[in-house]
Design a protein around this ligand. Sequence first.
Ligand SMILES: [Zn+2]
Length: 270
Amino acid sequence: MIIDTHSHLYGEEFLADISDVINRARAAGLGKIFLPNINAASIEPMLALTRRDPDFFYPMIGLHPEDLGTTWREVLPQMEALLQQPEHPFIAIGEVGLDYYWDRSLNEEQQEAFAIQVGWAQKYGLPLMIHTRDAHRELVNILKQQIVHCKLSNCTLSGVFHCFGGTAEEAVELLEFEGFMLGIGGVVTFKKSHLPDVLKAAVPLERIVVETDSPYLTPVPYRGKRNESAYLVEVLRKLSQIYEKDIEEVASITTSNALKTFPKSQIIAV
Ligand SMILES: [Zn+2]
């Protein structure tokens, strides 16, 4: 069984052919797909997809750093109210984080929103799905502060640094956060990617989970097309070359990493 730990299959890109997309994913060996939330509007489509197949789809809750808009102070309490329902379906807080790539005018607000949502991970005992772009240093600093707070109140933080694409030094720094994995997707298959060398040099397979980030970041040989969870096999194939292990072994190690990091995805599963 393989797990796509980060896929936006509830998006409108998949409205027309979601049944085929699901069938192809199952045929490719996928047993579970984790769905990171984006904003207030994506919650309902995400939950609708989960209801369709609750042993296959596992939703998260969180506000994406690029989606703060002007209403984030109202949206966050609405999202937290969902977490307060006793049998809520969410397996993680995500995707949350910092993205300074397009617009730096909201840096401080992004940091504030991120810190609040890391607080939810502590309060509700859930892992984090972290998105970060052009903000490595700030992210590490916020997380370090939060972990100090967390240790004082005897809690632990865990999660995934989704779509890792940094240097070996950054990988080492992120892996110092115990209980965190690097999310590796289609980028590792790109011809000019430095990621294979970085992984080989600095990242044990025991610290990797695999993801597609569908519909984005489509792996070779499908680049240019819409990404979908079935293509996760291409990521596993590339990792098997990098780590010089059978694809089955790579699948089994990364799946067990995912189940360990998202314990609630095991409990709900049949
Ligand atoms: Zn995403």
